[in-house]
Ligand binder design. Structure first.
Ligand code: FIX
Ligand code: ZN
Length: 422
């Protein structure tokens, strides 16, 4: 047996490299993405044109370009990508996080960025078949597996599930139920069309059918959790269909299947509809609904992330009060280095390692490479500072302890919360 590697105040220099290496080499479970197993065909977006037309970049493009929205959307995707490349990368320095992300991904995937040739980059991506591409990205990002966002109402997705989906160990499913919870009146007919005996008035017979719908889909997908995104004005005491469905249908089904209910809170959809997917914004939410749910349903498990920076501290305090609450990720507009660092530091200070510091939210396969490269760098830095503080007290740290902590942060906490083995 080799001697354990122990770090003390005197050997702190070695600690920095050890942390960096462990964080880089620990495979991650990416707990929320918009990536899909190859069997879902066109739903798995990949390659340079998809990266360049990511909605984060579309929003930034319109900061500079005077193209009309209509003109832009009428262009084919390659023309949109060409325009974004020229505007955001050539006419301006690509220093925003979303732009830098494209460059990090290209760099780590082996492209030379000293004199980049977009046409050549396109040709090289086009050569990759989907399986090769998934392997290339999962290896470069060191992803063990990724959690999809699965919509039972999606016309492309639904037939794949119904045809009898063959599980793919690299991709796990999540039952996403935004249409059900955020617009029951508008979507009730979709359950009816699928053979569930529901109607707009949520009577107890109707609730039984909504539960049957959820339960059927949780089982069909082997969903790891159910999830919804919610607006900043989300409350539980407004007598809404949403509140009723959460308490009467979602939580009982989640409990019966022993899966968490994930809430992504704070998104205001469509503040600028002309921007399409890029037109969503955010607002600060009340923590009261979360406290109510965690306290009232101690047998349910909640995974939660907020979109507003202003909610992060209170959310961490709430997680101190309820062990059935697991905070995850720096979502969307928070997925920027300065904010990831602030949030990760603050969460660790309040909650130790009992958090999921990050998810990628990748919509395009290749984005996973940059999202994880950037986040790993920040997680390493925060841990380095935290361990250095411990060394100052005279406490010693072993490499095994660092490995244990990092494994928890990059997937272990998620799987233990689920009470599932990876
Ligand atoms: O609701 C969500 O899951 C969001 O993450 C997306 O809708 C959003 O468009 C996104 O990609 C953010 O990163
Ligand atoms: Zn998402």
């Amino acid at each position: 047996m080799s001697e354990p590697v122990v770090y003390t105040r005197e050997t702190a220099v070695g600690l920095r490299n050890a942390i960096k290496q462990i964080v880089e080499r620990t495979p991650v479970t990416d707990i929320h993405t918009h990536l899909y197993a190859p069997v879902f065909g066109p739903l798995l977006l990949r390659g340079i044109d998809e990266m360049l037309t990511y909605h984060y970049l579309v929003a930034e493009y319109f900061r500079y370009a005077d193209t009309s929205y209509e003109t832009f959307w009428a262009w084919p995707k390659t023309q949109q990508a060409d325009a974004i490349w020229k505007t955001l990368f050539l006419d301006n320095s690509p220093i925003s996080e979303a732009c830098r992300g494209v460059l990090t991904a290209l760099n780590l995937l082996g492209f030379d960025l000293a004199s980049p040739d977009l046409a050549q980059i396109r040709r090289e991506f086009a050569r990759l078949d989907v399986e090769e591409h998934v392997k290339l990205v999962f290896d470069a990002a060191n992803i063990k597996s990724a959690v999809m966002t699965n919509d039972p109402f999606d016309d492309v997705e639904c037939p794949v599930w119904k045809a009898g989906y063959t599980p793919d160990s690299r991709f796990h499913a999540v039952l996403r139920i935004d249409p059900l919870l955020n617009d029951w009146e508008g979507n009730c007919h979709r359950l009816q069309d699928a053979g569930y005996n529901v109607y707009q008035r949520l009577t107890s017979r109707c609730i039984v059918e909504v539960r049957r719908f959820l339960d059927d889909w949780v089982k069909r997908m082997n969903a790891l959790y159910m999830a919804v995104s919610l607006p900043p004005d989300f409350v539980m005491d407004d007598g809404s269909a949403r509140a009723c469905l959460i308490e009467e249908a979602v939580l009982p089904v989640a409990q019966a299947n022993n899966i968490p209910f994930a809430m992504m809170i704070g998104v205001t959809r469509n503040v600028n509809p002309a921007l399409k997917l890029a037109g969503d914004s955010l607002g600060t939410a009340s923590l009261a609904p979360l406290e109510y749910l965690c306290a009232t349903y101690p047998k349910n498990k909640f995974m939660v992330t907020y979109l507003a920076r202003e909610n992060q501290h209170a959310a961490a305090v709430t997680a101190r009060k309820f062990r059935n609450l697991l905070l995850f990720g720096c979502w969307w507009f928070l997925n920027n280095p300065s904010l990831i660092e602030e949030m990760t530091r603050m969460r660790i200070e309040l909650l130790g390692t009992s958090i999921i510091p990050q998810h990628s939210d990748a919509r395009v396969l290749d984005q996973a490479v940059y999202k994880w490269a950037h986040s790993r760098e920040i997680i390493s830095r925060v841990l380095r500072h935290k361990y250095a503080d411990l060394l100052e007290t005279g406490w010693t740290i072993t490499e095994d302890a660092i490995r244990r902590d990092v494994e928890k942060l990059l997937g272990g906490n998620f799987w233990s919360f689920l009470q599932r083995e990876l």
